[in-house]
Design a protein around this ligand. Structure first.
Ligand SMILES: Nc1ncnc2c1ncn2[C@@H]1O[C@H](COP(=O)(O)OP(=O)(O)OP(=O)(O)O)[C@@H](O)[C@H]1O
Length: 203
């Protein structure tokens, strides 16, 4: 599969935020998006996910077959917000997302083990600490299979051990042919990544 952006422009509130963004990512490749606050990293991820319209250009996937024929169908979007309901248990939240996004390689209990939350699935999501909430949100990536992971500051709030664990999950995803686009201020522990610096002129 390939994720391709051509001459992509995005705007917020009628103002151009970025123009002329282009990249092509193949199976197993990742792109780290950097740049100062307000440079448009989150906007770019939301445009790629289809949550915001692009002002011009194209974003597409190739080679995803019938199941992953569009970017929206092919991607997991992990935004700044965790997109979980505080009053529902962690298990209930993840069951909702699995029903919405489709089955993955891991069941809910195994995915929670992977992110170091084994045995906590019965707790209301709102009871979890900030870092635990982020880890539960990361478990969403594991319970449904989507080849493209769009990650906005994925490690924010994570402790060192969770950081390392998440780096291993990202590496495993890429080794299995997945694609990652991550906006971050922090090193993610990925090797051989492409980089895109926002806030520069892209032509
Ligand atoms: N809903 C909105 N309406 C108008 N302008 C917005 C809106 N959301 C964001 N912006 C503006 O768009 C620009 C890009 O914001 P964005 O959140 O994409 O930047 P970022 O690079 O992700 O920043 P950070 O590093 O702080 O997360 C900023 O100038 C911001 O003020």
């Amino acid at each position: 599969m390939r994720l391709i952006a051509e001459n992509l422009s995005g705007e917020r509130g009628g103002e151009a935020v970025f123009t002329g963004i282009g990249f092509a990512l193949e199976d197993g490749q990742s792109l780290v998006v950097t740049g100062p606050n307000g440079s448009g990293k989150s906007t770019l991820l939301r445009v790629i996910a289809g949550l915001l319209p692009h002002a011009s250009g194209r974003i597409m996937v190739e080679g995803g077959g019938e199941e992953f024929s569009t970017v929206a169908a092919a991607c997991h979007y992990l935004g700044h917000q965790n997109a979980m309901k505080a009053a529902l248990t962690v298990n209930e939240n993840l069951a909702f997302w699995r029903d919405f996004s489709g089955d993955g390689k891991l069941g809910i209990a195994d995915a929670l083990e992977e992110v170091g939350l084994g045995g906590l699935g019965h707790l209301p999501f709102g009871y979890l600490s900030t870092g635990q909430k982020r880890r539960a949100a990361i478990a969403k990536l594991l319970i449904s299979h989507r080849p493209v992971w769009l990650l906005d500051e994925p490690t924010s709030g994570l402790d060192k051990a969770s950081d390392v664990r998440f780096a291993d999950l990202m590496k495993a995803h890429c080794s299995a042919g997945g694609i990652i686009v991550a906006a971050t201020h922090l090193p993610l522990g990925l090797v051989g990544v492409k980089t895109l610096e926002m806030g520069r002129v892209h032509v």
